[in-house]
Design a protein around this ligand. Structure first.
Ligand code: SOE
Length: 372
């Protein structure tokens, strides 16, 4: 039996995404048959004490605070970037020069220029690269893709409409965190959660030909951490209409001002012979309408996506035992490890992330409203 290769990983970032990715690096090998072992070598954060705590709790061998030193370590094979958006381009281009495989959280960058630099760097270095759009690998979403590709909603798609709604900043007293500062985030709800539904639109329906959009900043000023009042220079919400290259119509909404919606991503796709609908707050279920069903039995059916032949779920529990948000990261990282170990491309790669970034950029600069 040939000795299995071991891939040593360094993760940069210790907050929400750092924790979600750490869990995924630990679980991937335990639940998926991977062509390589995974060594959780180093986690890197800003402050030494906090990063040491994170290493201990999240299962990393070492804690570091100098990400550049990590890239110089010849024993590191993979760099996983889970930091705020303003560091993605610098870290990824340096990691590419150091010949590391790279997984980067979404959005790829703050703007198209940065995203283009990242694509150029990974192409030049010929290193594996992937953007972590984890919702593609929610089993119900992956099943929707299979149903569409099998032509079971018909050979034409008429509509893709999606909404990603949260409410964590609807309180005007919520402080001016990095996700609300364009110099760090690039944009607001648009790049943070809008990027997810733009990626899903491209994944499930196809490339986008053109868009029109309106965005709004509802709370114009917020308190910084030093209690100074500062202007909010990103969108709080955005609405997009558009057209795909295949003629389907696109409707998207990304908002952080939907009180009661904690993390609700919904989409509905209408095709010539059927429809699909999904709600992340009920993520183990896919709603499917098949116009070819016998007329007396025709209607939306609810598929509980937990059968062993459904995407990914056979690796977890028996039918009916549901999974959660964190499993989508395990699926993403398991597929990434397979790609790195077998030298195959994996989607969405940085080139795909750049296409999403181009849509973000056009939305951000769209001036669509005709005054009445
Ligand atoms: C925003 O709060 C956020 O954390 C996004 O940044 C993530 O991508 C999304 O999965 C959950 O919400």
């Amino acid at each position: 039996m040939p000795k299995r290769h071991t891939l040593s990983v360094a993760l940069i970032g210790t907050k929400f995404m750092g924790r979600a990715h750490s869990n995924a690096w630990r679980q991937a090998l335990r639940f998926f048959d991977l062509p390589a072992n995974i060594r959780m070598a180093t986690i890197c954060g800003r402050d030494r004490a906090g990063t040491r705590r994170a290493a201990k709790i999240l299962g990393w061998e070492k804690a570091a605070t100098d990400w550049k030193a990590i890239l110089a370590d010849p024993l590191i094979d993979i760099v996983d970037i889970c930091t705020p958006n303003d560091s993605h381009a610098e870290m990824a281009t340096a990691a590419a020069r150091a010949r590391k495989a790279i997984l980067c959280e979404k959005p790829l960058a703050r703007n198209v220029a940065e995203a283009q630099r990242m694509v150029d760097a990974v192409k030049r270095a010929r290193v594996a690269n992937m953007v972590c759009h984890n919702y593609r690998r929610v089993p119900a979403v992956a099943l929707a893709k299979q149903i569409i590709d099998a032509g079971e909603i018909g050979d034409r798609v008429y509509h893709f409409r999606a909404r990603y709604a949260q409410d964590w900043i609807a309180d005007e007293n919520f402080p001016l965190v990095w996700r609300l500062q364009s110099k760090v985030a690039g944009s607001g709800a648009l790049g943070d959660i809008g990027a997810h539904i733009i990626d899903l639109a491209r994944f499930l329906v196809g490339e986008i030909a053109g868009i029109s959009a309106v965005s709004q900043t509802f709370v114009k000023k917020r308190l910084t951490k030093n209690r100074q009042l500062a202007r909010v220079d990103v969108d709080d919400a955005v609405s997009v209409i558009g057209r795909f290259r295949n003629g389907a119509i696109l409707n998207l909404e990304a908002t952080r001002f939907a009180p009661g919606r904690k993390n609700q991503l919904t989409f509905e796709i209408n095709g010539s012979r059927g429809s699909l609908a999904f709600d992340l707050e009920d993520m183990n279920r896919l709603h499917f309408y098949n116009a070819n069903d016998p007329e007396q039995a025709r209607g939306f059916r609810e598929i509980v996506v937990t059968q062993s032949n459904h995407p990914y779920v056979g690796n977890w529990w028996p039918p009916g035992h549901i999974i959660g948000y964190e499993h989508s990261f395990v699926h993403t990282i398991a597929d990434f490890v397979k790609a790195v170990a077998t030298h195959k491309r994996i989607q969405p790669d940085f080139a795909s992330g750049l296409k999403t970034q181009r849509v973000l950029d056009v939305v951000q600069h769209a001036r669509a409203l005709s005054s009445l």
